[in-house]
Design a protein around this ligand. Structure first.
Ligand code: GLV
Length: 324
């Protein structure tokens, strides 16, 4: 079996595959594999590890229907046409669980950074504007006892809720497709309607997958229903909020601030006005970017490939119907 990997990845996963007798070829260029080239390369391979946002659409899948497995080295798989993959009986794997803590750390960090305008303050020093002490200037907001609203309470949302409850005694409300008994019992979290999430959250943190239902969910109309003191955090996918509307909501002080680890498009242009706003903090999609987590993600991706090479069901499967 040979596998093509669309980026250089940590050695944890590479070693597992090599030890299992799999030939591994990696894309070494500092740009995405062009779509046509990816098809040509995959024609010479039995399996694919997709890293980043490779477009695994109908065109790709039809041309590469021979693939025994596609292992996404990420938890999100919105870049993959799952229905088409299942029709072609190609199992798709992802890397669930191992990145929940690291990603929630970034949500938590963004919340704090926005609440104290950390990057704006840092820029002031760089600009030589650390002036005399003015007790009425540079004032942030505190988080103690405030209400955290989670949009999409899966593993990452639950981690964020736990941190906020432990650190600041925040009250947790959430909106999901279904209520979560675990969150209700362990955190006293309350399932609320989307409208109520908008109206009641002091911090609204997005943790849902990107789907047809969640795409462009947070528009100007939504921001207008939020508190003028609210902080909006998104570490899930940039297309879940409307970036132009968010900019307008911040400009007109409809909401207090925003922290984004994901933007639309990515990378964000350096000239984007959001980058210069005092109550905004932007990071370049680094939710899972720790040595430990990226090592684990490569391990899970490798385990999916190894299972397929042995003709057994892959352990981190997202489309069970590929096997039915
Ligand atoms: C990162 O965005 C992931 O989906 O793992």
């Amino acid at each position: 079996m040979n596998v093509f990997v669309t980026r250089l990845i940590p050695t944890t996963g590479l070693k597992l595959m090599v030890d299992a007798g799999i030939v591994v070829n990696q894309w070494k260029e500092p740009y995405d594999v062009p779509a046509d080239e990816l098809i040509q390369i995959c024609k010479e391979h039995d399996a694919l590890i997709s890293v980043g946002q490779d477009k695994i659409d109908k065109n790709f899948l039809t041309a590469c229907s021979h693939l025994k497995v596609i292992a996404q080295m990420a938890v999100g798989f919105d870049n993959i046409d799952l229905i088409e993959a299942s029709k072609l009986r190609i199992p798709i794997g992802n890397t669930p669980g191992v990145l929940s803590r690291a990603t929630a750390d970034v949500s938590f960090m963004l919340m704090l950074m926005v609440s104290r305008m950390a990057t704006f303050m840092y820029r002031k020093i760089l600009d030589g504007k650390w002036g005399f002490y003015d007790p009425t200037a540079n004032l942030g907001v505190e988080l103690y006892g405030k209400t955290l609203g989670i949009y999409g309470l899966g593993k990452i949302g639950l981690e964020m809720a736990q941190k906020c409850s432990n650190a600041f005694g925040m009250n947790i409300i959430y909106h999901n497709r279904n209520p979560s008994l675990l969150a209700d019992r362990s955190l006293g979290a309350k399932f609320v309607s989307f409208e109520s999430l908008l109206g009641r959250s002091d911090v609204l943190s997005v943790h849902s997958a990107l789907t047809e239902e969640t795409k462009n969910k947070f528009t100007l109309e939504c921001f207008s229903k939020m508190k003028p003191t609210a902080i909006f955090i998104n570490t899930a996918r940039g297309s879940i909020h409307n970036e132009r509307d968010l900019t307008e909501a911040l400009r007109s002080k409809m909401i207090w601030g925003a922290g984004l680890d994901v933007t639309n498009p990515e990378p964000m242009q350096a000239s984007n006005p959001l980058l210069m706003m005092p109550n905004v903090v932007i990071l370049p999609h680094i939710g899972s970017a720790t040595i430990e987590t990226r090592g684990e993600m490569s391990r899970l991706a490798a385990e999916n490939i190894i299972a397929a090479s042995r003709g057994i069901k892959i352990p981190y499967l997202v489309n069970p119907s590929a096997y039915s």
